[in-house]
Design a protein around this ligand. Structure first.
Ligand code: PMP
Length: 404
């Protein structure tokens, strides 16, 4: 059970006002808010442990290294990776995807096929387009239906021995659809294709077990799950990470360097060139602890309640249409009100202290599918309340009255 009033005390930002009104934060799919348990870790790091890692003999460096590696272990345990060296600490989801896309340049060729889903964020489209341009491989799209669900029969028809890679997000940021990734992974493996799952939107809502999923690569960003920005993780199966070449060259990722030849460090360091976001990595570990202490089952059931309530209340507004009505969906509502531009609704809601996202949500192909320029997106987290949803509904009604 979620004690939302108690949880809200953990988030200092929820006490602030915006435009003279209490902040109502419904832009959680863009980035989540940070609890004081994570903020304290950041302050503690810079107050007491700030040093470069993996290279110092001095105490501070060793302490910072231990904390950083401890965070990797927490992340490993959370996602149930078999080995801690299968967890690469990155700057976020985008970095993880680009690392894999770059690595596959030497593993795929003309005639091979790469599948992406119609529900992807630009960060899970553009790197694969670039990969296909470099290699001559063909990019194909797994289509979706009007509810915003992938059409599995079409996916099956697209899979063949030519398919080398499949990319799909676990949950769509624009519509909230939860994709049947376990089944999709199984189907891809039958034709020998590897699968990368973009977990940017799933990590705040559910706990993924990479071994149970049998996924080849899984990427996410800490800032979506109560951690700081600029840090994330790439999980890769050991055999895949060994096959991929390093992404960036530099310090930390080497074994021996001479001007004639460089040999690379083992996993995970081979993919971690340069000084990483040390504080961010440690805070990512603290965020994982924080969310696990609340419990993902509690989070999921509470957020589901918020989703159902908000859907019912919003649909009472005449002319309001929700995009993305998948059976399996998380607490994201993308909507428009007939005849009103989403940006205008977002602007009025901001005047009322309500933060929502408007626009294409870095998923232009989804907007094109629905033939709209964008939507208003309200995305809920476990620290939101039904009273805040009531304020949103009233805010949309006010906007409608003012704008139509
Ligand atoms: N994929 C999805 C589904 C996302 O929602 C996001 C963030 N909006 C990203 C990828 C990119 O994450 P980041 O900007 O943290 O790299």
């Amino acid at each position: 059970m979620i004690n939302v009033n108690k949880i809200r005390e953990d988030f200092p930002i929820l006490n602030r006002e915006v435009n003279g009104k209490p902040l109502i934060y419904f832009d959680n799919a863009a980035t989540s808010q940070t609890p004081k348990q994570v903020i304290d870790v950041i302050v503690d790091y810079y107050s007491n442990y700030n040093a470069n890692i993996h290279r110092g003999v001095h105490t501070l460096s060793q302490e910072a290294t231990d904390l950083y590696e401890e965070a990797r272990l927490k992340i490993q345990k959370h996602f149930n990776a078999k080995h801690s060296y299968e967890i690469i600490l990155t700057s976020g989801t985008t970095h993880g995807i680009n690392l894999v896309a770059n690595g596959f340049s030497s593993l795929i060729k003309k005639g091979d096929e790469v599948l992406v889903s119609a529900l992807e964020h630009h960060s899970n489209i553009v790197p694969w387009q670039m990969l296909c341009e470099r290699t001559g491989a063909t990019l194909k799209v797994i289509p979706m239906n009007d509810n915003g669900e992938l059409i599995m029969s079409e996916y099956e028809a697209l899979l063949s021995e030519k398919t080398k890679l499949v990319f799909v997000n676990h949950i769509s940021n624009a519509l909230g659809t939860i994709n049947p990734i376990k089944q999709m992974i199984e189907m891809a493996h039958k034709v020998g294709a590897a699968v990368l799952v973009d977990g940017a939107q799933s990590c705040p809502h559910l706990k993924s077990d990479v071994q149970e999923l049998d996924v080849d690569f899984y990427v996410t960003s800490a800032h979506k799950m109560c951690g700081p920005t600029g840090v994330g993780m790439l999980y890769g199966k050991e055999e895949w990470l060994n096959k991929l070449p390093p992404y960036q060259g530099g310090g930390e990722m080497i074994d021996q360097v001479t001007f004639e030849k460089t040999t690379y460090a083992g996993l995970p360091h081979k993919f971690e060139a340069g000084t990483p976001n040390i504080c961010g990595g440690i805070a990512f570990g603290a965020a994982v602890d924080y969310m696990n202490a609340i419990g993902f089952e509690n989070i999921a059931s509470y957020e589901h309640e918020l989703l159902e309530y908000a859907t019912q209340q919003l649909l009472k507004i005449e002319g309001l249409k929700i995009y993305g009505t998948a059976k399996e969906k998380t607490s994201v509502i993308s909507f428009n009100v007939e005849g009103i531009h989403p940006y205008d609704i977002g602007t009025i809601l901001d005047k009322l202290g309500i933060a929502v996202r408007t626009g294409h949500h870095c998923a232009q192909p989804i907007m094109d599918f629905f033939k709209i320029p964008g939507t208003v997106r309200a995305s809920f987290a476990f620290y939101n309340t039904k009273e805040e949803i009531d304020a949103l509904v009233e805010g949309v009604k006010t906007a409608k009255m003012m704008l139509s």
